[in-house]
Design a protein around this ligand. Structure first.
Ligand SMILES: O=P(O)(O)O[C@H]1O[C@H](CO)[C@@H](O)[C@H]1O
Ligand SMILES: O=c1cc[nH]c(=O)[nH]1
Length: 293
């Protein structure tokens, strides 16, 4: 009997042997993977490649793999939210760490560098619109990591307890904590403003926005702005980082999230030049990858 056989319904392959959603084969993923939310941002990244060897896509998951000099890079869109992060990270991991013919985990595991370039809203007055911020850690208010075994460092556990204690007891929120990969934080993440990022399971009421839906957590933004733990503050809100950090750690990959700050929620400001600041941020992150990875 084969050991640890992963069944046809646990890991679904297309007829060409590619992964069900992301539609990629084993040799089509580089060790350096940039994730972006927006499909249109994939080409905004790959236009800086010297050579593109692959363009493939299915649903919101568009992938370009290519080279800058000798550095092979994959850029893939996740779409919005950690439900999509679950798909992209599990399928990327399956491509590099599972033999798709025998359906067994490879004896030698590959560790990817997973680098998010996304947009975000600041929750501190001193985090300016049109700047870029690295998430040293993330607090997930989405449910993803509650379905995956994960252990916490002492610092992560303390942060989680402190954040839980800051929430009113009637809030139905179940936070988790995950951190950036140390190797990436200390290489391509240096020299930029850093902070704690909250990953929300939505853009409107889950991020404290008041439009027509009446919020059941009206103090949330204020609590987030004023939360402090050992001199650390929550800096920004978005919708993928905690899931990427949690799953990457669980699967043995390194991850880092670069947040392009388009909104300042405290000052009620929104960028007047989102494309321009995203373009500059992409160039900045690609230079960091080429020079330090
Ligand atoms: O710009 P992206 O990468 O999509 O990231 C942010 O923007 C989307 C919301 O507008 C969410 O996905 C959020 O995380
Ligand atoms: O405020 C913002 C801006 C971008 N993305 C988010 O999720 N929130």
């Amino acid at each position: 009997m084969m050991m640890d056989y992963i069944s046809e319904t646990d890991l679904i392959l297309n007829n060409d042997g590619s992964l069900y959603h992301i539609n990629l084969l084993a040799n089509e993923v580089a060790d350096t993977v940039i994730t972006v939310g927006d499909q249109d941002r994939v080409a905004e990244v790959s236009k800086h490649f010297d050579r593109i060897e692959l363009k493939k896509g299915k649903r919101e998951f568009l992938t370009h793999t290519g080279y800058i000099g000798n550095k092979r890079i994959t850029v893939i869109s996740t779409g919005i939210g950690t439900d999509n992060v679950d798909i992209v990270l599990n399928e990327l991991d399956a491509i590099v760490n599972i033999n798709l013919e025998t359906r067994q985990v490879n004896p030698q595991l590959r560790s990817l560098n997973i680098i998010r370039i996304g947009t975000s809203g600041a929750v501190q007055a001193n985090v300016d619109v049109d700047t870029m911020l690295v998430s040293a850690g993330a607090i997930g208010l989405d449910p993803l990591m509650h379905y995956c075994e994960h252990s916490l460092t002492a610092n992560e556990a303390e942060l989680l307890t402190a954040f839980k204690n800051s929430l009113p007891s009637h809030y139905q929120l179940h936070p988790y904590v995950a951190s950036a990969g140390d190797n990436l934080l200390n290489s391509i993440g240096t020299g930029l403003q850093q902070g704690i990022t909250i990953t929300a399971p939505g853009f409107y009421t889950p991020q404290g926005r008041q439009v027509r839906c009446k919020s059941s957590t009206p103090e949330l933004l204020n609590i987030i702005e004023n939360f402090e733990h050992k001199g650390q503050r929550i800096t920004n809100l978005e919708m993928e980082t905690a899931g990427i950090y949690g799953l990457a750690a669980n699967l043995g990959h390194q991850a880092i999230s670069f947040n392009v700050i388009l909104a300042n929620r405290i000052k009620h400001q929104f960028s007047k030049q989102p494309q321009k600041i995203m373009e500059a941020s992409i160039v900045n992150v690609l230079e960091r990858i080429v020079n330090h990875l």
